[in-house]
Design a protein around this ligand. Structure first.
Ligand SMILES: C[S@@+](CC[C@H](N)C(=O)[O-])C[C@H]1O[C@@H](n2cnc3c(N)ncnc32)[C@H](O)[C@@H]1O
Length: 322
């Protein structure tokens, strides 16, 4: 059916008809979840035309067929998706949200410690006070682009662990995921220009960045060891291996999805959030979204939600409580 429709595409030199635009819109949404609104039609046309030329093809039709063909061209899909997605990001892009993650993390560590102190028996207190040295928390940066958000979180948390009471220790990992392979390659390299790192507070920059050649800065191994980068498509959440997190940080990604798809993705993120976990979105990104298991985090400048607890997963995991 799609192949039959594809034969209606016009030559790449001619403007794209409304009907053809709708077909491309649908194909891209089906494949990636991304919705290209009507006002971005000329942007879409420019990107597709550049790929038609790069591949030495003569029409949108042959390019469309190539993308849909029997031996679906995965490499070409990856290139096109990279062209169609916006990778704008920066270190500490949303300071309020970063502070919120810091506060949330500290609160959880304190909670663990007070549990240990509240324990009734000497024996339990002793066991718990030993365990409190190993609070483990997992963070997920969704749509992390070239890695600045992931490294910002890792620097913030590493700094926090340095300033903790000597009895409190946080073991954490930050997972960054994105649909774009080239962005993830840059993220893994962890090398940034002086103009990019200017948003990092000096105190963190001095500790966690190493200046390298040509006025560039390299993220230190200490921070890199805390992070990992994985290619994942939010439009195909069912194919992403199941793992749960204590904090999911998802900013400036959902704006590219239609409302119903956005809701679906948010609901799927809730499934991957531990109880008492924190979901951070960008202000205004999903103001009408509600979920039975989530409560709005009271904050005037951040859009964040807490997953309602029964028994906190963080406590349960760290203390083995049922
Ligand atoms: C504007 S950037 C936001 C980067 C960062 N979160 C921030 O706020 O600075 C959006 C990122 O989402 C990624 N993205 C778009 N659609 C995606 C999808 N279906 N699955 C995973 N990542 C996607 C893009 O590749 C891009 O790197």
């Amino acid at each position: 059916m799609v192949m039959a429709l594809a034969s209606r595409f016009s030559d790449s030199q001619t403007p794209m008809s409304e009907a053809d635009f709708i077909l491309w819109q649908r194909l891209i949404e089906e494949k990636t979840g991304l919705w290209i609104p009507a006002h971005r039609k000329s942007f879409l046309l420019t990107q597709i035309s550049s790929r038609v030329r790069a591949k030495g093809l003569d029409s949108y039709r042959s390019y469309y067929e190539r993308l849909l063909g029997y031996m679906m061209d995965r490499a070409e899909w990856a290139t096109l998706i990279d062209l169609l997605t916006v990778h704008e990001t920066r270190f500490f892009r949303d300071n309020n949200a970063m502070d919120l993650v810091g506060e949330f993390t500290k609160k959880h560590i304190e909670q663990l410690c007070s549990r240990a102190n509240d324990a009734r028996s000497e024996v339990t207190r002793d066991i718990l006070s030993k365990r409190r040295s190993s609070c483990v928390m997992q963070y997920w940066s969704v749509g992390c682009a070239t890695g600045e958000e992931v490294y910002s979180l890792a620097m913030l948390l590493e700094d926090l662990t340095e300033n903790l009471d000597k009895n409190e220790t946080l073991y954490f990992g930050v997972r960054g995921t994105d649909i774009s392979f080239p962005s993830l390659t840059d993220a893994r390299e962890g090398k940034y220009s002086a103009s990019k790192v200017r948003h990092i507070p000096d105190s963190l920059k001095n500790k966690y960045l190493i200046s390298s050649e040509n006025d560039n800065f390299q993220i230190s191994d200490r921070i890199k060891e805390r992070v990992c980068f994985v290619q994942e498509n939010l439009g195909e959440m069912d194919t992403i291996p199941f793992q749960t997190f204590d904090v999911i940080y998802c900013q400036n990604v959902l704006i590219y999805f239609k409302p119903e798809r956005k809701k679906l993705i948010l609901d799927q993120l809730v499934d991957r959030l531990n109880r008492d976990g924190l979901l951070v979105l960008a202000p205004g990104e999903a103001t009408n979204w509600q979920h039975a298991e989530m409560s709005r985090y009271p904050h005037s400048q951040c859009l964040a939600f807490i997953k309602n607890s029964g028994q906190s997963d963080i406590l349960r995991r760290n203390y083995g409580q049922k």
